[in-house]
Design a protein around this ligand. Structure first.
Ligand code: SF4
Ligand code: SF4
Length: 360
């Protein structure tokens, strides 16, 4: 290794160490001095699980992008992905449980990860709705240019990130040129019949910019922002889409890192708590879904997955796919595991992978 490379590695290690130290000091501040109410105390009753109807599967951490707000901390340099063994267990789960109505595939870029096509095909054969959470730009990467036709052919519901309808904001969050490729991808989907035919649905996802000061704001009203997106995209690019989902940035993964870096993590959490809305609680996505990671561990949602907060039985046993298959039931979780970032799902109109939880 040359001197420059050694210097680079050393400086990366110093940056990583200082990040870890900031996490520890933040944790100390949070636990010892924080005026915040623990989320679990804010709820009037325990956050119980309802009948499971959604499987959200995170196929791994590899992605062709490395967005600044990514809670998964995905990037082209990550190599974690599902193994054939875990994929087989997921397929068995999908085939054995008719109560699963929706299979929701995420990552990383799910289209480029092991298990994508086998899980899609099993799920569609079993009559499930399949959602693929796409960054759209993957359609232009070598080896993945068949994906739009594949999605249309299997009538997959595409939920596509487009954190703003203006180019500048998207490229700042996701990388140069991402906006233009996203626009071209949406036009491609429209040509295939998406947002034109009833079985071909494409939804967009709005994420706010990561706050740079204590001047925080809640996500804009979903209905009026949908109107703005539709008008702009139709007028400028002749693009149609079905729904827009506004999603709050939860302080997890890279979002947390950026907030920490600006000493905004604690104030942002406090802002979210100050806007807690109890009416959102009965609609939280964690209540009727299981989130599965590429190793076969079970969580209540993708955020808990990223924070390693595993779902537990009422006896406190951590759950895995083989446990569910062996028990022959999906109803092993009594109570959802929660943490302070849950305030992000309950602030204002609420937030979930399907957008706002209630109308404002
Ligand atoms: S936000 Fe989505 S597209 Fe961006 S790096 Fe993360 S997984 Fe990839
Ligand atoms: S982060 Fe949101 S979805 Fe996940 S457990 Fe907390 S409230 Fe539920």
């Amino acid at each position: 290794m040359g001197a420059v490379a050694v210097k680079k590695v050393a400086s990366r290690q110093v940056r990583y160490l200082s990040y870890q130290l900031s996490l520890i000091s933040d944790w100390l501040l949070f636990t010892v001095y924080s005026p915040m109410t623990p989320f679990v105390e804010k709820l009037k009753t325990p956050l119980t699980k309802q009948k499971i109807s959604v499987l959200q599967i995170n196929l791994g951490k590899r992605c062709n992008l490395a967005c600044s707000h990514c809670h998964v901390e995905a990037s082209p340099g990550r190599h974690e992905e599902m193994t054939p063994e875990v994929c087989e267990q997921i397929i068995e789960l999908i085939e054995r449980f008719p109560q699963i109505k929706t299979v929701d595939l995420t990552g990383g870029a799910p289209e480029m990860l092991y298990g994508f096509k086998p899980i899609v095909e099993t799920s569609r054969k079993a009559g499930k709705e399949v959602i693929v959470r796409s960054n759209l730009t993957i359609y232009f990467e070598k080896g993945f240019t068949d994906i739009p036709e594949y999605c249309a052919g299997h009538q997959l519901r595409v939920v596509a990130s487009l954190p703003c309808y203006l180019a500048d904001n998207v490229d700042k969050m996701r990388g140069m040129g991402v906006y233009d490729r996203s626009i071209a991808a949406l036009q491609w989907l429209n040509r295939l019949g998406y947002a034109q035919e009833p079985n071909l649905i494409v939804d967009l996802v709005y994420n706010p910019q990561i706050p740079k000061s204590e001047n925080f704001s809640l996500t804009p009203d979903q209905v009026s922002l949908t109107r703005d997106y539709k008008k702009f995209l139709q007028e400028h690019f002749n693009i149609s889409f079905n729904n827009l989902f506004t999603i709050t940035n939860l302080p997890v993964g890279r979002t947390r890192f950026h907030l920490e870096h600006r000493q905004l993590y604690q104030p942002y959490l406090q802002f979210l708590e100050d806007h807690f809305n109890g009416d959102t609680v009965e609609h939280l996505m964690c209540r009727n879904q299981l989130s599965i990671d590429y190793l076969g561990n079970i969580y209540d949602c993708d955020f808990n997955q990223m924070e390693d907060l595993v779902a537990c039985t009422s006896q406190g046993q951590k759950l895995t796919l083989p446990d569910l298959l062996q028990a022959g039931t999906l109803e092993l979780i009594a109570e959802v595991q929660t943490a302070s970032y849950c305030y992000g799902c309950t602030a204002g109109s609420g937030s979930s992978c399907g957008g706002a939880l209630i109308s404002s």
